[in-house]
Structure formats: structure tokens, C-alpha cells
Ligand binder design. Structure first.
Ligand SMILES: [Zn+2]
Ligand SMILES: [Zn+2]
Length: 354
């Protein structure tokens, strides 16, 4: 098999070189790039390729996808390949399994357990591969403890840190990893992949490819699950309601979102990505872009907002949202960052169409 990843040629080329010539293999990688563009899949393929049983002289591209090792890794059942995520296992006898306690972080106890795991030689593979996803979910203490694992690399261990919020990751951790950049997948590639590999109707594929903004994984989930698009529409409704409201509603919204942030940063960031998306739609409407034509239900409203705010107003608002997202990643006070954002947004009350 190939790596079966759409786009990402540069990232994959670097990983293929490392697999082909083990002298090039680093002990720690940072897979950085937007959400849902194939980073987690690439990490799994990388682990498969490093451990694949296909002999190099057979001229089969690794991962072969067929040997026992490739299959076990694909199913998440290989003893030497582990994905560490929010709410995973730890060694502390009184803690148990954090998947049951609504943990939102990768904790120091999970990282300490990793320290023990990597000190043991691989059981059955050539390399022990630990994928930390999302690496930015490590608490400050966890990241500090992780430094020790990074600084004293064990033989035959490859660490892969996955993040879509690189700025939220400690510089001391980042600087010790070989960075592999993942980019948004071009719209045309998403569109054709949706039609060819996920059997989407061409019109649906075209619309989702536009809305995906490079996130192939999002587009694929939207093809198979109606609730994905529904969540987007719901978020857009909330934004429109809030823009029509006054300062009081805005402050309350900022405070509520700010309170959630320490425990649910990914959900809050996802919420803000809807804000960015909404303003981009208004920008498109202000620029009279025909690609909005598929937005039949919201088109009239978007046009009326575009008329109110104009290109300059929508751009200013979009920048305010992007600033807030960056400030949150940089550990600014969440509520303050969100208040600043909401106060920057235009105040003219919108008249709902219909
Ligand atoms: Zn294989
Ligand atoms: Zn624990």
C-alpha cells in the first residue's frame, strides 16, 4: 500500500527518507500543521513503515499494509506502538485510568509512565514508537517532565509529537524535535478525493471542499455524518444572535467561554474557528464571490451582513478573531482575550432576514 494520505507530499517525502535510511531517523519528531489534514494518520503510517516486515530488497514500499506488524499497528494493537492522548493510562496506583475521569490534559503521571515505557527495549518491533497527540494538551508540569525523556533518548525509541497549536507547546519541547510541517490540503485535491474515495456527489464534494479550508478529515466526516454541518450552522446562528446583542451579552459570552477554556481549550478553539469561518463567509459575500451560491439557506443573511460591515469591517473582525485565537495559545488570560475580541467586533445590530 502507499501511505494513503491526500496531499502532504513534502512531509511524507521527509518521512520516507528517514525510513529508507535509518541513519537519518531522529529520535523525536514534531508533526505540526492545521487540524485534520492527516497528521495522526501519517504518524501511524510512519510507525508502520519503521516496523514493517517487508524486506527492503523485495522492493515493496513500506508500510506494506499486509504484514502482521502493519496490521497490528493499524488496529492499535501492536505492543511497541502507543498513542498517548488526553485521559490515558498512568502508573500511579491511586489514579487508575484517566479516560474515566474527564481529564482534559495529558498529565504529569501519564508522562512519568512514558519515561518507564521508553526505558524498555521494543518487545517485537524494531522501534518503539510513542505518538503524543495532541502534544499541546500536556500540562506545564507534564511538559517539563517530558523534557527528560526528550533529552535522554533511549535507543530504538521514536517519539512523535502531534499538534495543530504549535504556539501552545513549550519552546523547550519544540526545539528538541525534528519539525515536519503539514499543510492544508488544496481544495481541488479534497474535492476529487471526496468523489473518488468517499463516493460523494460532485456538488456536495465541491461545497464541502470549500468549507473544509484545507481540512480533509473534516470534509470526510461531514460526508459521513450530518451532525458535522449541523454543528457549523448552529455555531453560525449563535454568532449572528450575539452580534445583534449588546455589550452585556458579549461580556457574558466572553466570560462563559473564558471559564471553559482551561478545561476545554480544544472545544473553545473549535468555537472560535467557527467565528473565523463566519467572517470569511461575510468577506466572500462582501466581495460578491459566486462560490457562496451553494449556501442557499444563509445566503441572504450573509449578503445583508456583508452590506453592513463591508470588506474592511469584515477583515478587521476576522483579524480580531485570529488575534484572540493566538493570544489564547500564548496563555493570555482567556476571558480578557475573548473580551478584547468581542469588543473589536462591529456593533451595528443586524436585522435578520425573514
Ligand atoms: Zn508491513
Ligand atoms: Zn495519573
Amino acid at each position: 500500500m502507499t501511505w494513503e494520505i491526500v496531499g502532504q507530499e513534502r512531509a511524507l517525502a521527509a518521512l520516507r527518507r528517514a525510513v529508507a535510511d535509518e541513519a537519518r531517523l531522529s529520535h523525536a519528531y514534531l508533526f505540526a500543521g492545521p487540524e485534520r489534514v492527516g497528521k495522526a494518520t501519517a504518524a501511524r503510517r510512519f510507525a508502520q513503515a519503521m516496523n514493517c516486515e517487508a524486506a527492503v530488497e523485495d522492493d515493496v514500499e513500506r508500510p506494506c499494509g499486509e504484514c502482521r506488524t502493519c496490521r497490528l499497528i493499524e488496529e492499535g494493537k501492536h505492543a511497541d506502538v502507543e498513542v498517548v492522548s488526553v485521559g490515558g493510562l498512568c502508573d500511579e496506583s491511586e489514579h487508575g485510568d484517566h479516560s474515566a475521569d474527564n481529564s482534559r490534559d495529558i498529565r504529569i503521571c501519564q508522562v512519568r509512565r512514558l519515561g518507564h515505557v521508553v526505558s524498555r527495549a521494543p518487545y517485537e518491533g524494531r522501534y518503539r514508537v510513542i505518538v503524543i497527540d495532541p502534544a499541546d494538551a500536556m500540562t506545564k508540569d507534564a511538559a517539563n517532565a517530558f523534557l527528560k525523556t526528550l533529552e535522554e533518548p533511549a535507543a530504538s525509541v521514536v517519539l512523535v509529537l502531534v499538534t495543530s497549536r504549535e504556539a501552545a507547546l513549550a519552546e523547550t519541547v519544540r526545539s528538541r524535535c525534528r519539525r515536519i510541517e503539514f499543510a492544508g490540503v488544496p481544495r481541488a485535491e479534497i474535492e476529487s478525493a471526496l468523489v473518488e474515495r468517499w463516493q460523494a456527489e460532485p456538488a456536495v464534494a465541491a461545497r464541502l471542499a470549500r468549507l473544509a479550508e484545507g481540512r480533509l478529515g473534516w470534509a470526510v466526516s461531514a460526508v459521513t455524518d450530518d451532525s458535522v454541518l449541523a454543528a457549523r450552522e448552529e455555531a453560525f446562528d449563535e454568532i449572528e444572535t450575539l452580534l445583534a446583542g449588546g455589550d452585556e451579552e458579549r461580556f457574558a459570552y466572553a466570560a462563559a467561554l473564558g471559564r471553559r477554556y482551561p478545561r476545554e481549550s480544544a472545544a473553545v478553539q473549535a468555537n472560535l474557528s467557527h467565528w473565523s469561518a463566519w467572517w470569511r463567509e461575510v468577506l466572500l459575500a462582501a466581495g460578491g464571490q459566486p462560490e457562496l451560491a451553494a449556501e442557499t439557506e444563509r445566503l441572504d443573511r450573509l449578503r445583508s451582513y456583508a452590506q453592513q460591515y463591508g470588506v474592511a469591517g469584515a477583515l478587521r473582525a476576522l483579524h480580531a478573531v485570529e488575534d484572540a485565537r493566538r493570544h489564547l495559545d500564548e496563555h493570555a488570560s482567556p476571558t480578557l482575550a475573548l473580551e478584547v475580541m468581542l469588543l473589536e467586533l462591529p456593533r451595528v445590530a443586524a436585522r435578520r432576514a425573514g
